[in-house]
Design a protein around this ligand. Structure first.
Ligand code: ADP
Ligand code: TMP
Length: 250
């Protein structure tokens, strides 16, 4: 397979492949936080994020959510459809943590009456600000695309919150992205991993996500390994073991 580096981001390298409109995402062990002001790296991060993303995309597809996922190629790489990304980061929150505590004063751990959806503008230079629909219209983002993002966020939450609950995990919040294929179809893209979600153990409230790195809590490598274990080793929903192509036995 001829791979040409198309883009190197903070957490992944994205390559073109021999197949038109198919990309290869290679997940790195590198981590950043606070818009890359803080940097780190740990063993197994790329494996967890690639394998968990593959499993989550496959599970969401089974449950009627269109995604960019094609197949997992190896432990740290997945193939996806090549999309034109919307400049939107969709954040869904079930429990207060992170920026909403700073924005509105909610104590960490406060459970919201209903999921809260936020639309942020994907622009590192501006620190991905939280915007409303009027701002997005001015930036040229169509209302129908924003509507898709909000509905997608809520649908993904409806499917994944019980999935993680069955594995002893509280889905506190997450960030997703979406894009459009050549035919104009909108779908879920990017990744679903402990980088982009907050996961708390249901019994102990232990954090099993990137907040351990953001807040210098230690144990980040172990936390990612534990999330990979809960997703791939705990039976149910036909998910395959770690590192296997989720479609191999289909
Ligand atoms: P960042 O750009 O924020 O540093 P990453 O290191 O995760 O992030 O790089 C991956 C990039 O690829 C992101 O900018 C993301 O929006 C983009 N992307 C994710 N899925 C697709 C896709 N299917 N097609 C095109 N681009 C994608
Ligand atoms: P926040 O509380 O910092 O706004 O984060 C909300 C969720 O979004 C959390 O699960 C972490 C995730 N996230 C990203 O995936 N990328 C980012 O750049 C930021 C700031 C948050």
């Amino acid at each position: 397979m001829t791979e040409t580096l198309l883009y190197e981001g903070k957490a992944k390298k994205v390559f073109t492949t021999d197949e038109a409109n198919v990309l290869l995402h290679r997940y790195k062990n590198d981590a950043t936080a606070f818009n890359a002001k803080k940097r780190g790296s740990w063993e197994g991060k790329g494996r967890t994020n690639a394998t968990m993303s593959a499993a989550m995309f496959a599970y969401l597809e089974e449950n009627g959510v269109p995604t960019h996922f094609v197949e997992q190629v190896d432990e740290t790489s997945i193939k996806t459809k090549k999309l034109t990304m919307l400049p939107v980061e969709v954040v869904v929150r079930n429990v207060a943590a992170g920026s909403i505590s700073r924005l509105l004063g909610f104590e960490e751990g406060h459970r919201f009456k209903a999921p809260i959806v936020e639309l942020c503008y994907k622009d590192d230079d501006l620190d991905d600000p939280l915007l409303n629909w009027y701002h997005f219209r001015e930036l040229g983002v169509a209302d129908e695309d924003l509507e898709f993002c909000e509905e997608l966020g809520l649908k993904v939450n409806e499917i994944l919150a019980p999935f993680f609950d069955e594995r002893g995990i509280l889905l506190v919040d997450f960030k997703i992205e979406a894009g459009r294929d050549e035919a104009g179809n909108l779908m879920l893209a990017d990744e679903i991993s402990p980088d982009t979600c907050r996961f708390w153990d249901k019994e102990t409230n232990e954090k099993l996500d990137k907040d351990r790195f953001r807040r210098d809590m230690g144990g980040v490598e172990e936390a990612y390994a534990e999330m990979l274990r809960r997703v791939t080793e705990i039976s149910g929903h036909g998910l395959q073991a770690s590192g296997k192509d989720p479609k191999a036995d289909a």
